[in-house]
Design a binder for this molecule. Structure first.
Ligand code: HEM
Length: 275
C-alpha cells in the first residue's frame, strides 16, 4: 500500500500491472542488498542488480516519454525533477536524478513499514501505552463526530501529542538507520583523539539513543519520557532522522503515515496477541 502510494506521488504510476512489476523489482533488490556479491544468474546478488536495472530502466523510459509529450494538469515529483535538470542551472544531473528517483520509493515504503511494525510490536507488549493511544484517538473521533466533519484534519493531526511520543520512542529503540556517514573536512579533536581531515566517520545513532545518562532505563519502551520535550527535530541525543542540513526529508511523511495508521488501528480494530 505504502509502495503504491509512493510511486503514485513520485511518478504518477496508476496502472496496477506497472506498480506490481515495480514492487517485484524492489523486492528482488531488497532481498539481495546484503548478500554475497556473486554476480551470476540465479543468485540473490544477481537478482538484486536485475531488480535495480529494471526499476532504473522504467524511470528513464518515463523521462523520455515525458520529454516527447509533456504532461498537462497536475504535476508530480518526476515533473519537478525533470524541470530542475532541464533548467541547466542545477547541479542535478540525469544520472543523479535517476538514482534519487530509484531510491525514494525504497526510502518511503521500507522505512515507514518497518517502523510501523516495530510500533505495533511495542504497543502490543505495553497495554498502558496502547490504552493511552486509544484514548487520544477516540477523543479525536468523538470531537469529529460532534462537529460533523469527515476524515483526519491537519488540526487533529497536530493535536496527536501522545501519538508523536509513541513514534519517537519507537524510533529511539528501533532505529532503521544503523549509521550516518560524514567526511571530515578539517582536523578535529574529540575528547583528546584527533580525527584527521579526509577521514570518514560513522555516527552511530543507537549509542546516543540508548545512552543511560540521557534516557532513564534506556531499553524500556516508555513514550511518556517524551512528555513536554521537542519531538520534531534532531539533536545530539535523538538522531533517528539525522540532523542539520541533511536532516531526513521524509521525516514528516513518516510521522504522518504513522499517525494515520495508529488512528485507524485503535479506533477501528481490537486485537490480541497469539503466542
Ligand atoms: C522511519 C523512517 C525513516 C528514517 C528513520 C530515516 C532516516 C534518515 C536519516 C538518519 C537520514 C540522514 C542521513 C545522513 O545524514 O547522512 C535521512 C536522510 C534522508 N531521508 Fe530518510 N528516513 C526515513 C524515512 C524517509 C522517507 C519516508 C523518505 C522519503 C519519502 C526519506 C527520504 C530521505 C532523503 C531524501 C534523505 C537525504 C536528505 C539529504 O541528504 O538532504 N526518508 N533519513
Amino acid at each position: 500500500m505504502l509502495h503504491g502510494f509512493a510511486v503514485e506521488k513520485l511518478y504518477s504510476f496508476s496502472d496496477p500491472e506497472m506498480i506490481r512489476g515495480h514492487k517485484q523489482s524492489y523486492d528482488a533488490f531488497l532481498r539481495g542488498l546484503i548478500s554475497f556479491p556473486l554476480n551470476i544468474p540465479g543468485t540473490a546478488y544477481w537478482k538484486c542488480l536485475q531488480g535495480r536495472k529494471w526499476a532504473v530502466k522504467t524511470i528513464k523510459k518515463l523521462m523520455d516519454e515525458r520529454r516527447e509529450s509533456p504532461r498537462m494538469g497536475e504535476r508530480d515529483y518526476l515533473d519537478f525533477v525533470m524541470e530542475e535538470i532541464d533548467s541547466g542551472e542545477s547541479p542535478l544531473t540525469e544520472k543523479m536524478a535517476t538514482d534519487l528517483l530509484f531510491l525514494l520509493p525504497f526510502a518511503a515504503f521500507e522505512s515507514t513499514s518497518s517502523t510501523i511494525v516495530s510500533a505495533f510490536h511495542y504497543l502490543t507488549a505495553h497495554p498502558a501505552a496502547l490504552a493511552e493511544l486509544t484514548r487520544e484517538h477516540e477523543a479525536i473521533l468523538k470531537r469529529r463526530e460532534e462537529s460533523g466533519s469527515v476524515g483526519i484534519s491537519w488540526r487533529e493531526y497536530k493535536s496527536m501529542t501522545f501519538t508523536h511520543m509513541v513514534t519517537n520512542e519507537t524510533l529511539r529503540l528501533t532505529n532503521i538507520v544503523p549509521g550516518i556517514f560524514r567526511k571530515v573536512m578539517k582536523d578535529v579533536e574529540v575528547k583528546g583523539y584527533l580525527i584527521p581531515a579526509g577521514w570518514t566517520v560513522m555516527v552511530y545513532p543507537t549509542a546516543a539513543h540508548l545512552n543511560p545518562s540521557v534516557y532513564d532505563d534506556p531499553l524500556s519502551f516508555n513514550p511518556w519520557r517524551w512528555e513536554g520535550q521537542k519531538v520534531n527535530s534532531g539533536s545530539e541525543n535523538f538522531m533517528a532522522f539525522g540532523g542539520g542540513t541533511r536532516f531526513c526529508s521524509g521525516a514528516e511523511f513518516v510521522k504522518l503515515c504513522m499517525a494515520i495508521f495508529f488512528h485507524h488501528l485503535v479506533t477501528k480494530y481490537r486485537y490480541v496477541q497469539f503466542d
